[in-house]
Design a protein around this ligand. Structure first.
Ligand code: SAH
Ligand code: SF4
Ligand code: F3S
Length: 463
């Protein structure tokens, strides 16, 4: 682990110095953060980032295979690299990292013959050496590292944060839950927590660098510490991250079966913890939840929501839902709709079930027509949109605190997120430069409400 960056300073750093690179990322926040580590590592070797893959000597894809769509998108993008003109150095190296790399290893070449390097989810530190080798070798060889066992947390790797005011902080990796539809435990391995002092010292450093918002990352943050300390320590971690003086704390993902009352109290009693909780429900049918191996039923989820709301009454709840899990009948789907309505989610990510080879659910026969699943998906999406709108309506006329991210794409407006994770647009006050507001916390009086965003006017001074 520690030897890789050290090596990077000597051997491969010389071979990579001055080469240009481009990283394209698919998938979840974990991959986004891993991509920051890849960039940090390549920067430390003297590589130079460029803004398009065509300009780059080294193109890195950080891949995701959680649903089928992600697989096919990668294939198209890697194939297009074949027809792109060679870079100025005369040789382009294509490296595949992330979850498809971990799943497929050297089989990647069967579908993507122009790939030179495959590095799995625990092998980020190996990338410089493998890329250096690929640049120096005659084209044609394939370097693969998908070793997972025995590697700890790669926290000693440098990281290049994309945003000055926001940081992802991984607290654990892997998953032990084996939901029957999900590929993640097979490509990210078992749960491994990062030491609490290590997490805290990174948070302290980030705060002293000016970071305002920290998002703690893990596939199942609620079981943080179980492997290291014998019991979960997420509540303690939240309180201690709160003591670093950071303005905002978010975390993802939370598994309902592991969200303890102690954690709910720690959220409520730590002012920096945002007024928001993402709690994936997946289905509202106890029968389907059982088939998914989620280890809670509909009523357990609803009473957990009651517990959360008893302590944090106005909290914005969001969720993930899968439509069309094998064997889902109309009544099961109605149960999902009614649960969604009953909870009144502020937002939800909705997915059509995607069969993942190697997972237990992939073997369940299902003859539900695609059109039925499409129809259910639309009905759910309509409900979610109505509920988002209703949730946002509660902010009308109110002041919401916004962390400013920059200018919005379409209009000449600033954009940021409220503590409830709503997207908020507002015009820059005429006596201020928009650049000066990026990374600041401001108050916005909400005037206009939509399902997906709020709009208003800034009031008071930024801080
Ligand atoms: N660890 C996180 C989820 C990671 S995957 C958690 O448990 O909350 C993100 C989401 O993708 C999941 O919550 C699920 O809703 C969806 N998902 C995972 N596998 C899927 C599949 N095979 N088909 C459709 N959606 C899937
Ligand atoms: Fe996948 Fe379930 Fe683990 Fe989340 S908890 S990563 S859905 S297996
Ligand atoms: Fe995708 Fe891997 Fe994340 S499969 S969702 S990038 S853990």
């Amino acid at each position: 682990m520690a030897s890789a960056p050290l090596l990077a300073q000597h051997g491969e750093a010389a071979a990579l110095k001055g080469r240009t690179y481009f990283v394209r990322t698919f998938g979840c926040q974990m991959n986004l953060h891993d991509a920051e580590r890849v960039s940090g590592l390549l920067d430390s070797c003297g590589c130079l980032p460029v803004s398009t893959p065509e300009e780059a000597d080294l193109v890195v894809f950080m891949t995701c295979c959680v649903r089928e769509k992600a697989d096919t998108r990668l294939y198209g993008q890697v194939s297009s690299m074949v027809s792109a003109p060679e870079p100025p150095c005369g040789r382009r190296v294509v490296a595949i990292g992330g979850c498809i790399a971990q799943r497929d290893g050297e089989r990647i070449r069967e579908s993507m013959p122009n790939v030179d390097v495959v590095f799995g989810t625990s092998a980020i530190a190996s990338l410089p050496a493998m890329a250096a080798q690929a640049f120096s070798a005659d084209a044609g060889g394939l370097a693969v590292d998908t070793i997972e066992q025995g590697r700890g947390f790669a926290t000693d790797l440098p990281s290049r944060r994309e945003l000055s005011y926001h940081a992802w902080v991984p607290i654990m990796t892997g998953c032990n839950n084996f939901c029957t539809y999900c590929i993640v435990p097979y490509v990210r391995g078992r749960e491994r927590s990062r030491g609490m002092e290590d997490v805290l010292s990174e948070c302290e450093r980030l705060v002293s660098d000016g970071v305002r918002e920290i998002c703690l990352l893990g596939q199942n943050v609620n079981s943080y510490g179980r492997d290291l300390y014998g019991d979960t320590r997420f509540a303690e971690l939240l309180r201690r991250v709160g003591q670093t003086g950071v303005d905002r704390i978010r975390f993802t993902s939370s598994h309902p079966k592991d969200l303890s009352h102690e954690t709910i109290l720690a959220m409520a009693e730590t002012p920096a913890v945002c007024d928001q909780l993402h709690l994936a429900v997946q289905s509202g049918s106890t029968r389907i939840l059982k088939a998914m191996n989620r280890r809670y039923g509909r009523d357990d989820y609803l009473s957990l929501v009651d517990d959360v709301r008893a302590v944090m009454p106005g909290i914005a709840l969001s969720t993930d839902i899968i439509v069309g899990f094998p064997g889902e009948g109309e009544q099961d789907f109605e149960d999902t709709l009614s649960l969604v309505r009953e909870v009144g989610f502020a937002s939800a990510f909705t997915f059509k079930y995607s069969r993942r080879a190697g997972t237990p659910a992939a073997g369940i026969a299902d003859d539900t027509p695609e059109s039925v699943i499409d129809d259910r998906y639309e009905r759910l999406a309509d409900l979610v949109q109505d509920l988002s709108r209703a949730h946002n309506e509660l902010s009308r006329g109110r002041l919401v605190e916004v962390l400013v991210e920059g200018r919005s794409r379409k209009e000449d407006m600033l954009v940021g997120h409220s503590t409830q994770n709503q997207t908020v647009h507002f015009p820059c006050p005429t006596d201020m430069a928009w650049e000066d507001l990026v990374g600041k916390l401001v108050c916005v009086r909400v005037g206009e409400v939509r399902s997906w965003y709020l709009r208003g006017e800034m009031e008071g001074e930024p801080r």
